[in-house]
Design a binder for this molecule. Sequence first.
Ligand SMILES: *Cc1c(COP(=O)(O)O)cnc(C)c1O
Length: 368
Amino acid sequence: MPRPIHATVHTDALHHNLNRARAAAPDARVWAVVKADAYGHGIARAFEGLRGADGFALLDLAEAQVLRDLGWRGPILLLEGVFEQRDLELCSRLDLWHAVHCEQQIDMLSQHKTNVPQRVFLKMNSGMNRLGFAPHSYRSAWTRLNALPQVDEISHMAHFSDADGPKGIAQQMAVFQQHTQDLPGERSLSNSAAILRHAQGAEVRADWVRAGISLYGSAPDHPEHDAAHWGLLPAMTLASRLIATQTLAAGDSVGYGSSFVAPGPMRVGVVACGYADGYPRLCPTGTPILVDGVRTRTLGRVSMDMLCVDLTPLQQAGIPAGFGSEVTLWGRASKGAVLSIDEVAHAAGTLGYELMCALAARVTTRVG
Ligand SMILES: *Cc1c(COP(=O)(O)O)cnc(C)c1O
């Protein structure tokens, strides 16, 4: 028998979460952002749940190929654009739209031999200072692109640095508006946080929104709001089983470094899941976890292949947890209980994004 750990990607949850993005931005078309192999869910596995999107946005040309192989004929956008000249040939072959964020990409386009002009998304650096043309050079980049026979329609895009926090989007919006308002073309600005928190603002006039993390059921602004607040469902469950139980006396410790010491007699379950499966080693004692659908906590350090849980709440609940009991590291338990990946991430001092992307290759993943 294989190790009992496995992940499940929930088609119904992806579908539901996509509809949440649509409801929040009813006038926009929705890019489903599926970079990083659909945030660790697997593009091929996530595709069924997300095929109602208007397009797919990603970074890697190989991932774009996967989508075409799956039969997707609609728009695909390369969010970082091309990396070298010959990528443009693949863009032509696979009919990919691509971001243009720097002069070098315009140079490459000007040398691309094609009879079919390409659709591009010109990117403005509106304050994030990662990719994009500075506001004062945006117009000249647009003019240069617009003169190229290789270029078809030019859309405008920018990316918010603070849509999830108190600083918000107003300043970046103003910069973007000021430098694009008299240019023709479609616009794309919002990530999940902007879609959910700022979509009602009339100033975010957007033809396309770019939903990523919310599609996967994680709140973009956790812990200010949780996934339930935004009506999102977890798209990934990581589940395993107890493979041993131990009975501790007062003073007994658990795991490497003896970091947890039992204050009194207690039962402990040993879970077949560790950091080599993608569960964060940084999760301290007290990280929430479900055993047989009952919420309890981890104990001691997470090791490579195992972690330990407190079975006390199960006894109180009258559930005789023992060998083989179902453990939900995050996602849905079979009895309907839910543990958000955001809570586990928070305990580890990180975000749901990082956990879902770090699911290890050794974890068998299915769709269900
Ligand atoms: C990843 C990404 C998104 C999606 O962001 P989320 O916070 O996951 O919604 C949107 N736009 C760009 C340019 C991105 O790189």
